[in-house]
Design a protein around this ligand. Sequence first.
Ligand SMILES: Nc1ncnc2c1ncn2[C@@H]1O[C@H](COP(=O)(O)OP(=O)(O)OP(=O)(O)O)[C@@H](O)[C@H]1O
Ligand SMILES: [Mg+2]
Length: 304
Amino acid sequence: MSPQDRASAAMPAGGPRPAGRGPSNGQSSGPCDGPCDAAPLVRLVGIDKRFDRGGTQALRGLDLSIGAGEFVSLLGPSGCGKSTALRLLAGLERPTAGEVRWADAAARPASAAPDEPFEDDLAFVFQEPTLMPWASVADNVSLPLRIRHLPRAAIRLRVEEALATVGLSGFASALPRELSGGMRMRVSIARAMVTRPRLLLMDEPFAALDEITRLKLNDDLLALWRRRRFTVVFVTHSVYESVYLSQRIVTMAARPGRIVAEQRIDGPSVRDEAWRTSEAYGEACRQASAGLHAAMAAGGAHVG
Ligand SMILES: Nc1ncnc2c1ncn2[C@@H]1O[C@H](COP(=O)(O)OP(=O)(O)OP(=O)(O)O)[C@@H](O)[C@H]1O
Ligand SMILES: [Mg+2]
């Protein structure tokens, strides 16, 4: 079976069709037109996840395809299994039933920047930056490369590039305690990007930041995504953030964790204040908010 055959075997013909997908407004919503029709990068198939400790059925019957180059948000109330789904994608948890199917490397898209091909399958950014407090910014960012035993000169170049990418050139020798919360999160993103991942998993990365810093990091993340064409799965509790950033919102309900709605966001290719203040954005927020409220009601109705 060719890589392409295997990739299409991982997903129904034509790719996933989100339930909430509406008519397109004709604008591109990101680096790949029609992201839901893009070749699949990874798919969660019939996933059940039960934790022995506490006996929690964290996920039941979860089916989710992530298209290569897509920006997908997972939105849902606390405890609906968003982090568990990310951890399954990252291979940090094993499903009780079902499987995580990856497209073959050959079926994945090339990077937009030919001199910066993807190297790693994935990187994870957590809510807390989780930096080593005793180590400089450069030492924190270079850690994944040092673990891989890359040559020192290559590491130095890659760290410089990653810090420039997140706007932290000039802070290589700073310690984490000398940085603001937003800057620490930028270091965490640089540490993820330094490995040139195909898939960036982000678990409420900006939740602890003030509004202004959060908006700025939203814009910087989008600019990075447009430039580097990686795939993002972004967990958030914020309707507004998910609509601002994503091409598709997957809404989950709890007890057991499951997908209850999907919404395609047909925003402009460059998202900025004009998008945030547009009627289309407001309407998408209303729809996502209704989906979230329905998910919360559904979760409450399934206690047990
Ligand atoms: N390691 C674990 N052991 C036992 N139960 C767990 C474990 N991890 C998660 N759970 C349970 O699984 C369910 C889903 O947890 P998860 O952390 O995925 O939710 P979440 O949607 O990310 O919530 P939040 O928005 O609060 O971060 C919860 O009931 C949680 O208590
Ligand atoms: Mg979580």
